[in-house]
Each structure stands twice: as C-alpha cells, then as structure tokens.
Design a protein around this ligand. Structure first.
Ligand code: ZN
Length: 302
C-alpha cells in the first residue's frame, strides 16, 4: 500500500532563495565523452536516437560499439563522428523499460538518505522502473549530499557514462531542519532528471523579461549569462519532457511574476508530480497498472 505524504502548497516569492536545480547536460564541446553519451543512450534504448539519414557504414559501427560496449575497439571515422554528433541534437536519455536502477549513497546521514528512499520511489508508481538502494557494487545512480548550495543530476542514460566513484546527483541544501515539502520537491525533481526528464520551462515559449532574469540569477545564484541561457531561457532543440506545456510539472522551476513580461505565466513551487507528469512518464515507461492514478482521482473527489 502506498502512503501519500501530504505537504502544503507553497508559492514562490523572489526574496526567498530560489533553490533551483542546475541540471547537467553535456552538450558542448562535442568530444569523446559526447560520443560515449550517444552510444550509451543507443545501447540502452535504440529509440533514444533518431537514426534517419545515418549511413549504413556509420550505423554498423554504432551497432558494433553498442554491442561490445567498448568504445576503444571501434574506430569511428571523422565522417562517423560528424553524423553521430548531429544525432546528439535529438538524442533522448531514457532507460530501457522495466529497468531496475541501482542507487548508492556516496555520503550523507541516515536521516537524509531515508528521505531519498521515501520520496524517490514515488516515480516508480507511474513509471515501469524500480529503484534498488544498494551499499556497494556497480550502480546507475549515485547520490551525494555535498552542502554547496547546488542540487543537480545528470540526465537518464548520461549517468551511465560517469565514473563509478563519482556522484551522478547532488543535493546541496539538505540538512536536519529541511522541511518535507523541500525534500519531496527537490528529490522528485532530481530523480525526474535521473529517469530522463528535462526542464519543463525550457520547452515552452515563456515570455521572459531577459534583463530581469539575468540580473536576478546573477545576484541570487551567481550564474553567468550563459548559465541562465542554458538552464532557463534556451529552448531545447529536441523532444520535450512533455508534449504539452505543463506549469504544474515537477520539472518546472518556480517563476516570479517580476521576471516575466506576462505575469500570468508565474509559477509557484511544485512539490508533487502533476497529472501530466504521471501520464507522461507512464507513456515512456509503460507497464504499471493504472490503479494508482485511478485511486488518486477517486480520493480527490472525496
Ligand atoms: Zn533540474
């Protein structure tokens, strides 16, 4: 039986420190690691790449690299590289459906680790994925709690290209006094990245007041204009988290009205998976019985 944890809704006010995730997408420069990301995504789930237009030669070498898992054995020609790097623009990072993702903690108190164990599996009610928390051995996801004020995660299969000694996710502002609202909101967001979701607000045509946005994130996060562009303003040039813009998505940053040309686009702190999040992730990782969605709707009607 699932126990639903109720947390109060909170609105986002700009005077509060925004506590936002800077997720990691390794896009520039296109180097050996990018090639590794591409092959890894393909190997995990061939549909992660749109192979239209790929030459047979390059496709064969991609298959060979995916089959052996050893990039060093494959000599990609400059032409292969060019073609594969082009695929990166439309690459997805979804895990294979039904996969068990192993999670290991690099550090952190038992209290903090238990919060991750409590909230992260909420995704697995809707996604046909399981999280297995392990003490040792090879893992897909490694969680650190380095208190540097930054929370982030690599996206989906990109985690599989990171050294086993290094974290693939960090929670930078958790301590013993953190509220369950903040735990739930941040843990669900970062685990959303870890299962392949990208930022919702970067898929939409949000009417940013760019000058205000640059100034605000420079002052509050010490972000450069490039970081603001990468994490907030720039649209993804690839398939989105969700096909329809969803301001309630857990993958959406909070947005204060003062950062917008149109205040109606303001967004509060989302701490739960939205109905669209649940339906979207169930469509990417199908197989969970629709029981949970159904029961929740009934509960909501009471
Ligand atoms: Zn994020």
């Amino acid at each position: 039986m699932h126990v639903l944890i109720q947390v109060p809704k909170q609105t986002f006010k700009m005077e509060n420190k925004p506590r936002i995730c800077s997720c990691i997408e390794k896009s520039i420069p296109l180097d050996e690691h990018s090639l590794f990301d591409i092959v890894t995504a393909y190997r995990e789930r061939p549909k992660n790449l749109l192979l239209d237009g790929l030459s047979t030669k390059t496709k064969n070498r991609l298959d060979e690299a995916a089959r052996t898992g050893n990039m060093l054995l494959i000599s990609f020609s400059p032409e292969d590289r060019e073609q594969l790097f082009e695929l990166k623009l439309s690459k997805n990072e979804k895990w294979s459906n039904g996969k068990t993702l192993r999670v290991r903690f690099i550090n952190g108190s038992e209290f903090l680790q238990n919060k991750v164990k409590e909230f992260a599996p909420i995704w697995a009610r809707y996604a046909n994925l399981d999280f297995k928390f392990v003490e040792s051995g090879e893992t897909e996801i490694r969680v650190s709690f380095n208190p540097d004020g930054r929370s982030w995660s690599y996206i989906g299969t990109d985690c599989d290209t990171i050294n086993q000694n290094e974290p693939t996710m960090n929670f930078g502002w958790f301590d013993e006094t953190t509220s369950d609202f903040e735990f739930k909101r941040t843990i669900l967001h970062e685990f959303g990245h870890a299962i392949g979701c990208t930022h919702e607000h970067q898929g939409a045509g949000i009417p940013w007041n760019k000058e205000a946005v640059y100034k605000y994130y420079q002052e509050s996060q010490n972000w450069t204009q490039q970081q603001v562009d990468d994490n907030i303003i720039n649209k993804y040039s690839r398939p989105l988290t969700n096909s329809v813009y969803d301001s309630q998505s857990i993958m959406h940053y909070p947005i204060d009205a003062a950062l917008l040309d149109d205040a109606s686009y303001a967004v509060g702190l989302n701490a739960d998976l939205s109905e669209e999040d649940k339906e979207f992730i169930a469509s990417i990782y199908p197989g969970r019985p629709p029981y949970d969605l159904f029961v929740e709707r009934i509960e909501n009607l009471k």
